[in-house]
Ligand binder design. Structure first.
Ligand SMILES: CC(C)(COP(=O)(O)OP(=O)(O)OC[C@H]1O[C@@H](n2cnc3c(N)ncnc32)[C@H](O)[C@@H]1OP(=O)(O)O)[C@@H](O)C(=O)NCCC(=O)NCCS
Length: 408
């Protein structure tokens, strides 16, 4: 098998989309076709061919990703797939190496993706940068504690949702690492009811707007899956997206979910997943009625280490030297970071490193995830001493912790 790699031509877009959907075991629906057409213009594609037949797909499009205290330009890597007839022969490796090189040459700071399987991407320098909670609430067993309402909630039309929700989301992007900025195309798909992967047995989308008196400061997108048993109603409220820019808005929207009649269960998974610091377990009278499962929702690879470490903000001052091991196609590098009054400078150095790690571990840390001492305990990061590991964690971690629900 001799595989060649190149970007696709304009008339190959639907073949490219078809290869990708086949790799995922799905059929190309009009919804997917439109998505590929809409994203085509800004995208960089890389396809693989075996004797002229397309056998692999991959692409990225530019996105803005929130890192601690600011936002950086990044490559949203997606549509990575290889036909089942051509797997485990280096086709994905050939595509991704080329794609990531191109993303770096375009000056993008990060590459980011959602991974179908966690074992795939560390070899390309990606680390699990944002974790989120899939949450399930058994209602009415959970019963939420009472509290004063922070604002008013209104069910709104799609048109109003299109006007109000993007501003709330943009506000969250400013505050929460891991959030991916949405353009008009992304909003069109986020509010669309035609997604072929939507739950077939559930209602259309409902849109709820929360207003604390100064305009919309939270929104909830949900569906209802009706259900009946001899005991009575057994419906489920499926949260598609819940965004509150104040604690009060989030608490109000959780209470709203538990007050919807005919609902016995609330399910916040998929795009509805919650941040690791969601207040729900503390809102419930019975915290054991809340079942939370942790999942990795964003993988990041740092393409420009100095830019990333200089542009992000820090919640404490300090100095740190990080050695990045050589990986298959990149040499080892060593960086000295100095943070004074929250302002960082970073340059190459030869001094003895405080920390030694691979690019994948840097990817896991780049959004401020508090996991450095755990990675040292696991032997993934080598620190000069436990005290240095704790100090480094204090410097690199950020509050609030990263959260991502975007299906890049
Ligand atoms: C995942 C997928 C793209 C891999 O393509 P591939 O051409 O078989 O991968 P390669 O042969 O280039 O593998 C490169 C390396 O990744 C490893 N790898 C490939 N698929 C893997 C998987 N699912 N889990 C863990 N490791 C995997 C290979 O073993 C190889 O390891 P090495 O570096 O030690 O040699 C392909 O199996 C696929 O299309 N799967 C279904 C769709 C999917 O999940 N896409 C990913 C979207 S996020």
């Amino acid at each position: 098998m001799t595989v060649t790699f190149r970007p696709i031509e304009a008339d190959e877009l639907m073949e490219f989309a078809g290869v990708n959907l086949t790799a995922f075991g799905e059929r190309l629906e009009p919804w997917h076709a439109n998505w590929f057409k809409d994203r085509r213009q800004q995208s960089v594609t890389m396809a693989a061919f075996d004797q002229g037949q397309m056998v692999g797909s991959s692409m990225f499009f530019p996105v803005e990703i929130a890192i601690p205290g600011t936002v950086v330009p990044a490559a949203g890597v997606t549509a990575v797939g290889v036909l089942p007839t051509h797997r485990r022969r280096g086709v994905m490796r050939g595509m991704l190496n080329r794609l990531l090189l191109e993303a770096g040459e375009r000056g993008l700071t990060l590459a980011a993706l959602w991974a179908s399987e966690g074992g795939i991407y560390t070899r390309f320098g990606f680390g699990p940068a944002a974790q989120s909670l899939g949450m399930e609430l058994q209602h009415p067993r959970a019963k939420l504690i009472s509290g004063a309402r922070a604002g008013e909630m209104t069910l709104v039309s799609l048109e109003v949702a299109k006007r109000q929700f993007p501003k709330v989301h943009a506000e969250l992007v400013k505050r929460r690492p891991g959030m991916v900025g949405r353009d008009e195309i992304a909003w069109g798909y986020a509010l669309s009811d035609d997604d072929p992967n939507r739950p077939r047995d559930a209602s259309h989308l409902f849109f709820l707007s929360h207003d604390s008196g100064r305009g919309c400061d939270g929104y909830l997108i949900y569906r209802i899956r009706g259900g009946w048993s001899p005991r009575g109603p057994e419906g489920t409220l499926l949260i598609t997206e819940m965004v509150g820019t104040s604690d009060g808005a989030t608490a109000d929207m959780w209470r709203f979910c538990t007050e919807v009649d005919l609902v016995q269960r609330i399910d916040a998974s998929g795009r509805g997943c919650r941040p690791v610091d969601d207040p729900l377990p503390w809102l419930a009278h019975d915290p054991q009625a809340v079942v939370a499962t942790i999942r990795t929702t964003l993988w990041c690879s740092v393409l420009d280490t100095a830019a990333l470490l200089e542009r992000r903000r820090y919640q404490t001052d300090g100095d740190l030297t990080i050695h990045l091991d050589a990986s298959r196609d990149l040499p080892a590098t060593r960086w000295h970071l100095t943070v004074r009054d929250g302002v960082a400078s970073c340059g190459a150095t030869k001094v003895r490193p405080d920390l030694t790690m691979s690019r994948s571990e840097l990817g896991a840390l780049c959004l401020g995830r508090r996991c450095l001492t755990q990675m040292v305990a696991a032997g993934r990061v080598r620190a000069q001493s436990p005290a240095i590991a704790r100090r480094a964690e204090g410097l690199l971690a950020w509050e609030p912790q990263p959260w991502c629900f975007e299906d890049i």
